[in-house]
Design a protein around this ligand. Structure first.
Ligand code: HEM
Length: 250
């Protein structure tokens, strides 16, 4: 779930969440190792299980996430799914005191899942039509929660799962009221940037994944729009920087 906030000062800030409990890579290099490990074997048309096993054995955090994913139920509805932006951000108050925390979007209707077999019986666009049907009956709401880090919790590693039971505080509520098109918003490119934070919120300087993401997304936008965008149309917070690819393939 990628959410864009249009702020009163004309800038934007984004929250980009996925349904995994953590990311499967701590660094861009680990991301590429995974991409390589799950590449389809041309001989069988399937991923090479030995390569995947080797990735899991040599990347304990990523391996744990992938094994959890195997047992994670499929969604029944976009409105009954938790979304996690995964990175840890530093939140400063007006007095300059700060806390590290991770965001979570929690559905007010509660989380529900189904087996992959059940989901496979549904039409391919089922999750979208289900959400549209639900919105015709009323809004869909999410609580925005911050999970507060304790001493020793890794704040620079989105592949690290923190221990259970960390204190959570509710910092916001999102109500989705109707479907809207990107054209209606006036931004057909619609790029989301996890580093476009606002005053009082900072990214973790040691987090190598968040450092690589903006560059990768800028390249992706260029690819999917058929060329580098005109200055000022990609993102907002740092729209005029020259895009630098952050990753290169081996
Ligand atoms: C080095 C690590 C990563 C790489 C290389 C990467 C790459 C990409 C690319 C190329 C896109 C398409 C961007 C666009 O065309 O607008 C994308 C979208 C997305 N990524 Fe990542 N990603 C990374 C890490 C993550 C992480 C850690 C998360 C979890 C929070 C995440 C969640 C998403 C989501 C939700 C989208 C869709 C955003 C949208 O609809 O605008 N990615 N990613």
């Amino acid at each position: 779930m990628a959410a864009k906030f249009y702020l009163p000062d004309g800038t934007t800030t984004d929250l980009i969440g996925i349904t995994l409990p953590a990311f499967f890579a701590r660094t861009p290099e680990e991301f590429l190792d995974f991409a390589e490990a799950q590449r389809t074997d041309p001989a069988t048309g399937k991923p090479d299980l030995d390569k995947l096993k080797a990735f899991i054995m040599t990347h304990p955090n990523g391996g744990r996430v992938l094994l959890m994913l195997e047992h994670q139920p499929a969604p029944v509805s976009f409105a009954q799914t938790s979304y996690r932006p995964l990175h840890t951000y530093y939140f400063l108050n007006a007095a300059g005191a700060g806390r590290w925390a991770r965001y979570h979007w929690e559905p007010e209707t509660g989380v529900a899942g189904q087996s992959l077999e059940e989901l496979a019986k549904q039409p391919h666009d089922y999750l979208f039509t289900e959400l549209e049907g639900r919105l015709r009956k009323g809004p869909v709401a999410f609580r925005l929660e911050l999970e507060l880090a304790r001493e020793g919790d890794p704040v620079d590693d989105p592949s690290a799962i923190w221990p259970e039971g960390r204190e959570r505080v509710v910092v916001g509520r999102l109500e989705v009221v109707r479907p809207i098109t990107e054209e209606e918003i006036g931004d057909p490119v619609m790029m989301h940037d996890p580093t476009a934070v606002t005053d009082g919120i900072e990214v973790s300087p040691g987090d190598q994944i968040i450092a690589a993401r903006r560059g990768a997304y800028v390249v992706s936008v260029a690819e999917r729009t058929g060329g580098w965008q005109k200055r000022g149309t990609v993102g907002t917070a740092r729209a005029n920087e020259t895009p630098e690819p952050a990753l290169s393939t081996k």
